[in-house]
Ligand binder design. Sequence first.
Ligand SMILES: [Zn+2]
Length: 169
Amino acid sequence: MPTDPAPGPGDLRVGQGYDVHPFAPGDAGRPLVLGGVTFPGEAGLAGHSDADVVAHAVTDALLGAAGLGDIGQRFPDTDPALAGADSLDLLGRAVADVRAAGWRPVNVDCTVVLDRPKLAPRRQDIHDRLSAAVGAPVTVKGKRPEGLGALGRGEGIACLAVALVVADR
Ligand SMILES: [Zn+2]
């Protein structure tokens, strides 16, 4: 059986996404962007695009659910056109690919592993921005790494996402 057969009526698929970015301490002007929401005064993450670790995990979960590979294949970090890219735009383009392949996102749920900043005050904004980009509910939870490893030392932020899609034809 092929890994990505055309969807049949009522078919469901799940996809998993994971991403991690280190902070960019040498670049004080770089904004921190999580789920399309900027956190003023917080250190930014290093990356080729805007390093939105949440948007990237959501993108990978959706591409995986639809059998469309991963974000690195779809948006190579060697592409100069993607330097500083708005990751919500990339997410929107990936969602268009998912839909073109015959799948409709049902929902996405994320866990963001980080010591700071606190997500709770901006959680609704993140939900709203990601849900608008995906065209389906996207929920986000913050989880502290409890001092363990690089994330516990506050060296970066990781995000896990799971997406459900349903056949749209
Ligand atoms: Zn990333």
